[in-house]
Design a protein around this ligand. Structure first.
Ligand code: DSN
Length: 414
């Protein structure tokens, strides 16, 4: 990619050097952050295209500035592809990212102070699902469901009880750190019973839904939000999909209520990502993400680690380090020194605080894009185990890093 950055090099060698260093880092380490991926070269070229120069407030055919012949074409193309890919009635590709997409849904479906029901952050939900430090917890009457203590899976009895009690405007399902399938139909039954809308945030699993390896929230969800860059492997961005009858409210919430001009370079890149996700190879990719996560889970269990829920059915795993008696943070830091990049994460019913949680979150979307398969997952888990056993042993971590680096040379990045 940096081959293409000759203008950057000529104008600003400082920025060029930093980009090159980041490119090398992404090549030389094993990237396991569950929300990250490697976008294709086509997606990155479109992100850096001339559409970055254009303002286009409004929607296709209804813009406020002239010069929209091609912005209209690219936005229609992107939304048509999103609708075809996910099988939905309406799509809005303008949200800048996932949090703005969720904010638009609150704006469209509720008034300030209205009750809403979402998954608690410590259970694996997202900040924008009503957590108190986000707009969603501050300006709405947010209530939270969580997990069953025994199974560590969504506690639907609690969801139903809370829904009946608080009568939310909408129930939001979907998660950032939940290793199991989401039962959208069960959520829809509860939402219907209490007259609430169902919002599904599929940011983490959108690529799995598109690839047919996770159940789709359509047609049961009223609104579906996602980012375009996680398992879906597009540019950084957001997308809202909904039933036709909510289209106007959603569109008005995104523009003019919350955003100005959409980032059309991002829209063009998203159109490419949707095209890529419609190809047969993407189904194979999505299936391999899940197979790789499963292989990792097996390897972790063999090495004696405890996994939240005992395993995984999607792209991510949560390793609970409580039995090892160490926190996730020092382990994540040692792993980074060893060339394995992931994040510490709270586990359900965590007894440690959010800045020093008990778990490590791991995702397989990025390593799968590089072509790594089950055998490499086994190697990664054995490096993980060696790292945990050698947290402060710089020499041991250097040895692991060299081995990781050597393996990475065999797997291309786009
Ligand atoms: N930052 C994303 C994640 O890591 O899950 C969610 O916004």
């Amino acid at each position: 990619m940096t081959d293409n950055l000759q203008a950057v090099k000529a104008v600003d060698s400082e920025v060029y050097d930093i980009i090159c260093a980041e490119e090398a880092r992404q090549h030389d380490v094993v990237r396991l952050i569950a929300s990250e991926n490697y976008a294709s070269r086509a997606v990155m070229e479109a992100t850096g295209s001339v559409f970055t120069n254009k303002y286009s407030e409004g929607y296709p055919g209804r813009r406020y500035y002239q010069g929209q012949e091609f912005t209209d074409r690219i936005e229609v193309l992107a939304t048509d592809r999103a609708k075809a890919l996910f099988g939905c009635e309406h799509a809005n590709i303008q949200p800048y990212s996932g949090s703005p997409a969720n904010l638009a849904v609150y704006y469209a479906l509720a008034e300030l102070g209205d009750p809403v029901l979402g998954m608690g952050l410590p259970s694996g939900g997202h900040l924008t699902h009503g957590w108190k430090v986000s707009f969603s917890g501050r300006f709405y009457d947010a209530h939270h469901y969580g997990l069953d203590r025994e199974s560590e899976r969504i506690d639907f009895a609690q969801v139903q009880r809370l829904a009946r009690e608080v009568k939310p405007r909408f129930i939001i399902c979907g998660a950032s750190a939940y290793p199991r399938l989401i039962d959208f139909e069960r959520f829809a039954e509860i939402a219907q019973e209490v007259g609430a809308k169902l919002v599904a945030d599929i940011a983490h699993i959108a690529g799995l839904v598109a690839g047919g390896v996770h159940p789709s929230p359509f047609p049961v969800a009223d609104v579906v939000t996602t980012t375009t860059h996680k398992t879906l492997r597009g540019p950084r961005g957001g997308l809202i999909m909904c039933k036709k009858e909510l289209a106007k409210d959603i569109d008005r919430a995104v523009f003019p209520a919350l955003q100005g001009g959409p980032h059309m370079n991002q829209v063009a890149a998203a159109a490419i990502a949707f095209h890529e996700a419609m190809q047969p190879a993407f189904k194979t990719y999505a299936a391999q993400i899940v197979a790789n996560a499963g292989a990792m889970a097996d390897a972790f269990l063999e090495q004696g680690f405890r996994l939240v829920t005992g395993g995984t059915e999607n792209h991510l795993l949560l390793v609970d380090l409580t039995p090892q008696g160490i926190g996730g943070k020092p382990v994540a830091q040692a792993l980074e020194r060893a060339g394995i990049v992931c994040n510490s994460n709270s586990i359900p019913f965590d007894t440690r605080g959010p800045f020093d949680p008990s778990g490590i979150r791991i995702g397989t979307a990025a390593v799968t894009t590089r072509g790594m398969k089950e055998a490499e997952m086994g190697r990664i888990v054995s490096w993980f185990a060696r790292t945990v056993a050698a947290l402060d042993d710089e020499a041991a971590l250097d040895t692991i890093r060299a081995e990781v680096n050597e393996m990475c040379q065999d797997f291309l990045v786009p």
